[in-house]
Design a protein around this ligand. Structure first.
Ligand code: PMP
Length: 390
């Protein structure tokens, strides 16, 4: 492509265009733990935008495990897992995650983004086709691009539409979010699992937002649908959301995990996360699994919100998860709403293209077991006051 201005001017022009279209993103400086009582740019706000669904990110036992871990292991892991960075702390967490998910093995990745890149590129390649839901997380889409397989996107949560696309093609993998990160709805996992079996393909389920929240003991969306671990289904889970820490894992069969160790480049060529973090996650996993009251409380808060929102005539999606988006349409309107809420002391992020499609900008409201009922009521009162003319 020919550029008719110097490169730095080119950048400035593009940044100005983003600003004019209300698509410019700004980071805010947080000065307190994330949720529910945040301090942003020096100002206290009631926050509804963290993924700490179970309220474990600041739990004293998790903090203590991190501190003890640092005393035992120091901070840095020093190397990649395959070099010298795989500690007994990482190993114990992998075993705990395998037991929690019911799969034979689990493998830690540094982030969910890297796990998705690593798994897809390790299992699919040139000549294969990977099918993905249109609303999948960016990392699943990027993983397919990186793999050099043909990427085909099917209409959101539409297993019949996928079935039509599958006819006649060579299918290597179907990949989907379990709970969609910007909509909060669930993938039709039983139908997708059936299609994957019929096609002799992998089903990769990214359950970043389902684990900890749905299913028995928080086992996630597959368990929610009564789907048991099998050799076709690969579960990717993140640790920075319900489990309140950081990192990710992939659970699957023995041969799958060994293959990822040999072939997943985002596993092989990166430094292992700090061992102390693995100790903290083991503590939070125990709490997440045992303390059903956190999931019950979350469902109670969600129901309270939906009931109240319904009374105010707010347009809700059919999400029954802690992700409760409020559709605004234009980016300008979403920003206007977010600013009006902030003026009322409430922090809710506006989600705009390209994270969501054009015309589908929204407020992404998320709930946590750490919220009080009075917090939900405060949010509802502020939402009722939103300008409708934006
Ligand atoms: N998948 C989904 C569905 C997500 O929402 C996220 C986090 N935004 C990720 C993957 C990436 O996980 P991580 O933040 O650990 O990179």
């Amino acid at each position: 492509m020919h550029h008719d201005q110097p490169p730095i001017k080119d950048l400035r022009t593009r940044l100005d265009q983003l600003k004019a279209a209300h698509l410019y993103r700004r980071r805010r400086v947080q000065d307190a733990p994330q949720q529910p009582r945040a301090i942003v740019d020096g100002r206290p706000l009631l926050s509804f935008c963290s993924n700490d669904y179970l309220g474990l990110a600041n739990h004293p036992e998790v903090i203590a495990a991190l501190q003890r871990g640092a005393e035992r292991w120091g901070v840095g892991s020093g190397a990649a897992h395959l070099v010298n960075g795989h500690s007994a702390a990482h190993h114990a967490l992998e075993e705990a995650l395998a037991e929690f998910t019911g799969y034979p093995r689990a493998l830690l990745f540094s982030t969910g983004y890297m796990a998705n890149l690593g798994v897809i590129a390790a299992l699919a390649g040139r000549g294969d086709t990977v099918f993905e839901d249109r609303l999948n997380h960016a990392s699943l889409l990027d993983g397919a691009q990186l793999s050099r397989a043909t990427l085909r996107r099917y209409p959101h949560a539409d297993s019949a539409g996928l079935d039509r696309l599958l006819k006649g093609g060579q299918t290597r993998m179907i990949a989907t979010d379990g709970v969609f990160s910007m909509d909060g709805d669930l993938a039709p996992l039983p139908a997708l699992a059936r299609l994957a079996h019929q096609a002799g393909a992998w089903l990769l389920v990214d359950d970043a937002h389902g684990l900890g929240v749905l299913g028995h003991g928080g086992r996630g969306s597959l368990d929610h649908f009564g789907l048991n671990p099998d050799e076709t289904t690969i579960l990717m889970g993140t640790l920075g959301k319900s489990f309140g820490t950081f990192g990710a894992f992939v659970a699957g069969s023995e041969d799958l995990i060994e293959t990822l160790i040999q072939r997943a480049r985002s596993y092989i060529y990166t430094t292992a996360t700090p061992p102390a973090l693995a100790e903290a996650t083991r503590a939070s996993l125990r709490l997440a699994e045992r303390e059903d009251w956190r999931r019950e409380r979350l469902q109670m808060l969600i129901a309270r919100f939906r009931q109240g929102a319904d009374q105010f005539g707010l347009q809700l999606t059919d999400s029954l998860t802690p992700i409760q988006p409020l559709l605004a349409g234009s980016a300008e309107r979403a920003i206007g709403w977010s600013q009006a809420l902030e003026a009322a002391g409430i922090l809710v992020g506006a989600i705009r293209p390209p994270t969501v499609s054009e015309g589908a900008a929204r407020l992404r409201i998320t709930f946590s077991a750490a919220h009080a009922e009075a917090d939900v009521d405060r949010l509802l009162d502020a939402l009722a006051e939103l300008p409708t003319d934006h």
